[in-house]
Design a protein around this ligand. Structure first.
Ligand SMILES: Cc1cc2nc3c(=O)[nH]c(=O)nc-3n(C[C@H](O)[C@H](O)[C@H](O)COP(=O)(O)OP(=O)(O)OC[C@H]3O[C@@H](n4cnc5c(N)ncnc54)[C@H](O)[C@@H]3O)c2cc1C
Length: 395
């Protein structure tokens, strides 16, 4: 779906085949209610050398492995933060790769910051213990408070520099090591895809993990009549929570359309969603993006890959041209203006802007980077056809 339009009592959805920008064009559907669950994409933090072949998002590495059994490399470093690093590392190891190290940027005791939330989902603890056993079985070194601060190589990844982190996430003095690798899987969480929710007028907030997410009530309603949201768009929380929210949305939409629904089931789902959200908050609290990560950047590090905007370009825009927020940074230095429209660099740009200007990212800053007029690429002829349809309707 590349566009959704809201009229008085219905939505018009403009759909086209995925991965096909020149084939048969758009068709339109109308609906009275809309349940949107657009998911999320891997959250990226730039680091010197991250644009070399052999550096991939952890989710991409995992998707390749699970989807087609393809090993993205033979000697891997898995780095970032959060429990998602574990299935990636153990999956690669089980498929025959050597895992040089898993670098977790945060200390494990971070989970003690919100023990009430962490214990809400006992199944997750069992899952974690299973991964710990797999790490041991494959003899995978797991280091906390450690990050990849530089990726080296000419034509592709050859080696990786790893540094211990201080409390603020900045590399601290002490032993820095360099290890050979042909694959670096970087996992810094996920960024919700908000194009469709924003098109229909959903409100947003900044979640505990620093992501912009859509606001919903206890029946997944987005505050816009007829719109329900489920899954990562309402806050990154994993597959089980997304399914619970999807079911709750379906029941709520049916009830609002006048169908009889089992209110007992609604209440059970609401409790399950609350448990899942509490756990997700504990996870985000335990595994934040290290606040000092921008210290890893060098002047020549590319932040926006589409427009080849370097860290130096952003510093210049902030210090010499007076950009005080991500939107102005975008106007002056062009991060997020290319093909991906900030899907890859938006979060990092907001964080760099915050570090350069000394103000924490606001919801409005992230909104400016998340709002996109189209949710997917389309041919100009399809947009023109849309105008013709509207003009015909007006006539
Ligand atoms: C490789 C990988 C492994 C994972 N492993 C685990 C795990 O072990 N345990 C766990 O709890 N979680 C895991 N997750 C996270 C889990 O997949 C998500 O939490 C869950 O899928 C979220 O569900 P969702 O419905 O919000 O989004 P998704 O399942 O991502 O579904 C979103 C769907 O919307 C579609 N979409 C988006 N925009 C548009 C548009 N404009 N038009 C049409 N369609 C659109 C997407 O193509 C996608 O099919 C993993 C994620 C990845 C990437």
């Amino acid at each position: 779906m590349w566009l959704v339009q809201r009229d008085a009592d219905r939505f018009t959805l403009h759909l086209r085949p995925a991965h096909d920008t020149v084939g048969p064009g758009t068709r339109a559907l109308t609906a009275r209610s809309l349940i949107l669950c657009p998911g999320a994409s891997d959250r990226q933090l730039p680091v010197p050398g991250w644009d070399l072949p052999g550096v991939m998002a952890a989710g991409g590495v995992q998707a390749l492995l699970k989807g087609s059994g393809t090993l993205a490399g033979r000697r891997a470093v898995v780095a970032g933060t959060g429990p998602f690093l574990l299935p990636v590392a153990t999956g690669l190891a089980a498929a025959g790769a050597e895992i040089v190290m898993v670098c977790e940027a945060n200390p494990l005791r971070g989970w003690l910051r919100d023990p009430g939330g962490a214990l809400r989902e006992p199944a997750k603890a069992v899952e974690g213990a299973g991964y710990a056993a797999l790490l041991a079985r494959h003899a995978i070194p797991y280091r906390t408070r450690t990050a990849v601060t530089e990726i080296r190589g000419e034509d592709r990844v050859r080696s990786v520099r790893i540094a211990p982190l201080g409390r603020d996430g900045r590399p601290r003095g002490g032993v820095r090591i360099e290890v050979d690798a042909d694959l670096v899987a970087l996992g810094w969480g996920f960024t919700p895809s908000l194009e469709l929710p924003l098109m229909v007028g959903a409100r947003t907030r900044v979640d505990t993990d620093g992501s912009l997410v859509a606001v919903v009530d206890d029946r997944q309603r987005a505050g816009v009549p007829g719109v329900y949201l489920a899954g990562e768009a309402t806050g990154v929380g994993g597959a089980a929570l997304a399914v619970r929210e999807g079911r709750l949305s379906g029941l709520a939409a049916a009830a609002d359309l006048g169908r009889a629904v089992d209110e007992g089931r609604v209440r059970r789902l609401q409790r399950a969603v609350r448990r899942g959200r509490r756990f997700a908050t504990a996870l985000h609290t335990a595994c934040p993006v290290p606040p000092g990560w921008t210290d890893w950047l060098e002047a020549s590090t590319i932040v926006c890959r589409c427009e080849e905007v370097t860290y130096h370009d952003l510093c210049h825009a902030a210090r010499d041209l007076g950009a005080r927020d991500p939107r102005t940074l975008k106007m002056l230095a062009r991060p997020g203006m290319g093909m991906c429209q900030g899907r890859v660099c938006g979060f990092a740009t907001a964080q760099v802007a915050a570090a350069l200007t000394g103000r924490s990212p606001q919801a409005g800053d992230l909104l400016a980077l998340a709002r996109r007029p189209l949710a997917a690429p389309v041919a100009l002829s399809e947009i023109a056809a849309l105008d013709e349809t509207a003009a015909n309707e007006e006539n």
